[in-house]
Write a protein that binds this ligand. Structure first.
Ligand code: ADP
Length: 275
């Protein structure tokens, strides 16, 4: 019997995985990677942006679908503001200075500081529309900045979008095991492979002597949990004030070397055909 392709549109297998929606007819998206975290503030959006920038700089056509509808930070990180255009058949994504295509609830608001106070089903519907109604064009790698946790919006993302793999972002504290376990269990339920874990804010580098200081103890928590679930640690990212400056200053088109190992693994694990 043939292997599951993780794409319900092409897979001939009968299974319990839900049927995903088709993207807009003018979208050809080769690989979709969802970036998830157990809770907010661990650097999920920053890691999404770093991964997108690394893939874009490798020459791949790259996009970010900001599914964090109530806490959208991707446009600001790339210095992208203002409305998006539509032609009646769909919405065109905005573009960063480096050419990364972006859609986000923030780009649809009249005022960027307006709060989004919609209820879950409306929010989930918007995420779905970001997939079905946006004219993405040809995309090699799309990164989805998922909302934190395992609530109904991440569930909608997993159910309606054809996802090739999940990257879990975590900081190395004691809850890491539970957080990763929840994400892995959710991914398993949806039959989506977990590609690995990105450990963020895991250490600082002393500016005077260059020594690595593990601010959360011995620095083994993420390695241990990765081993428990048989997952690779894709990258270890230190606490680095330059990242805050880049994110706040709309300069996430600048590449951060820390993410390079993760980008290399994605490139080799989920290769796309040359365009
Ligand atoms: P999340 O998407 O998980 O809510 P963000 O990526 O928005 O998290 O990051 C939360 C805050 O932490 C932001 O101000 C961001 O600039 C900062 N941050 C994220 N990762 C790092 C890091 N490695 N070093 C320093 N600051 C970071």
């Amino acid at each position: 019997m043939s292997e599951c392709t993780h794409n319900c549109n092409t897979c001939g297998q009968k299974c319990s995985a839900p049927q995903t929606d088709n993207p807009h007819e003018l979208s050809r998206i080769k690989r979709v990677i969802a970036v998830v975290s157990g809770k907010g503030g661990v650097g999920k959006s920053s890691v999404t942006a770093m991964l997108a920038t690394a893939m874009n700089n490798k020459g791949y056509r790259t996009a970010v679908l900001d599914a964090d509808i109530t806490g959208p930070s991707i446009p600001k990180m790339y210095g992208v503001h203002g409305g998006v255009q539509s032609d009646g058949s769909g919405i065109f994504p905005a573009q960063s200075a480096g050419g990364i295509r972006i859609i986000s609830s923030n780009l649809l608001l009249e005022n960027e500081s307006d709060p989004i106070v919609w209820r879950g089903p409306i929010i989930a519907g918007m995420v779905k529309q970001f997939w079905t109604d946006v004219i993405w064009g040809d995309v090699d790698y799309m990164f989805i900045d998922c909302p934190p946790g395992t609530g109904d919006v991440p569930l909608t993302v997993f159910q309606s979008i054809k996802i090739d793999g999940i990257v879990v972002v975590t900081t190395p504290q004691s809850l890491v095991s539970m957080i990763v376990e929840k994400a892995v269990n959710m991914a398993n339920m949806m039959k989506i492979p977990v590609l690995g874990i990105v450990e963020n804010m895991s250490y600082v580098v002393c500016p005077d002597c260059g020594k690595r200081i593990d601010v959360f103890g011995n620095g083994k928590a993420v390695g241990d949990v990765a081993q428990k679930f048989g997952l690779p640690v894709l990258a270890e990212i230190p606490y680095d004030a330059r990242l805050v400056e880049a994110a706040d200053g709309g300069k996430m088109d600048d590449e951060f070397d820390y993410i390079a190992p993760a980008a290399d693994i994605l490139e080799s694990g989920l290769p796309v055909k040359a365009h």
